[in-house]
Design a protein around this ligand. Structure first.
Ligand code: ZN
Length: 82
């Protein structure tokens, strides 16, 4: 069985605890949702992705935010904002 892909960040959800709210029918991962399993607002998720990208890729904030935004807008959850 292929792991479902989070429709917000594109991450494979390979175990039940990686699904938002621990529900395996959730289309979004635990990192993209609040404690109830509801999708976080775009701006909040963008901030988290930006910080992650800065740390992970060693980018400055402006570049990291641009890359994160482009990445997010390719995902089904945010495509309507592109
Ligand atoms: Zn996600």
């Amino acid at each position: 069985m292929n792991a479902p892909i989070c429709e917000s960040c594109g991450m494979p959800m390979e175990s039940p605890e990686m699904f938002g709210g621990g529900r395996t029918d959730n289309r979004y991962c635990v990192y993209c949702t609040d404690e109830k399993g509801d999708l976080k607002p775009f701006d909040l998720k963008l901030e988290e992705m930006t910080r992650f990208t800065m740390t992970r890729m060693g980018m400055d904030e402006t570049r990291a935010r641009q890359v994160s935004r482009e990445q997010m807008l390719k995902q089904p959850a945010w495509a309507h904002l592109a």
